[in-house]
Design a protein around this ligand. Sequence first.
Ligand SMILES: NC(=O)c1ccc[n+]([C@@H]2O[C@H](COP(=O)([O-])OP(=O)(O)OC[C@H]3O[C@@H](n4cnc5c(N)ncnc54)[C@H](OP(=O)(O)O)[C@@H]3O)[C@@H](O)[C@H]2O)c1
Length: 212
Amino acid sequence: MRVGILGSSDVAKSLGRGFLKEGHEVMLGSRQPEKLASWLREMGKGACAGTFSETSRFGELVVLAVHGTKSVEAIQMAGAANFNGKVVIDATNPLDMSAGLPPKLVGGLGTSGGELNQNALPGAFVVKAFNTVGNAHFYRPAFAGGPPDMFLCGDDAKAKEQVSRICKDFGWNPIDVGGIGFSHYVEATAMVWIITAFAGGHWNQAFKLLRK
Ligand SMILES: NC(=O)c1ccc[n+]([C@@H]2O[C@H](COP(=O)([O-])OP(=O)(O)OC[C@H]3O[C@@H](n4cnc5c(N)ncnc54)[C@H](OP(=O)(O)O)[C@@H]3O)[C@@H](O)[C@H]2O)c1
């Protein structure tokens, strides 16, 4: 499958590496694709880079991995029509870092990043996922407690099935939280990960629901 990932930083590169390891073709997208040259050399065959527009056209599956408060801007630059009919993984968190770290979450119910992105992409099927853990653990997370849980939400059942399969391929146990309207809860869960990581210096952590 061809995967177009809008983003040029840690999240885009880590997810890109994972998709390449799974045998997919990957294009990373940036306003300045030339800055991805060394990553492309490192990844070798199957990896390429382009503009946001080229990347959204390239992807049969598209991933949003840009700054969380700029994702609608990135979608507009890419051209929303290029996402029509496609599943879109939204890995972003709308974080405000203007007052320092840890960041503050922007948005609420009805104005979460997931909802704004879905509204900007009326012809696509947005699934929020890969936003509740640090990028170092995106692919094949190795935790003593077994595969951690990946919370995801979105309105389209088939899209969520596809993203759940990808989560499993990457070594995660997917948990469907509900519709895209629940994005704020999934984004707030990322804040719990971030705040506890800052407080305890425990970046090697992931969520798992215990059940009996
Ligand atoms: N860091 C993590 O471990 C982690 C884990 C889970 C989720 N997340 C979330 O994943 C997203 C990406 O995180 P990151 O740390 O990899 O990168 P980031 O520093 O949050 O964002 C960098 C990306 O955002 C794009 N961007 C910045 N300003 C823009 C604008 N005005 N218009 C369009 N695009 C713009 C940049 O595009 P150019 O290439 O053109 O500069 C670049 O690709 C964030 O929403 C973050 O909250 C992060």
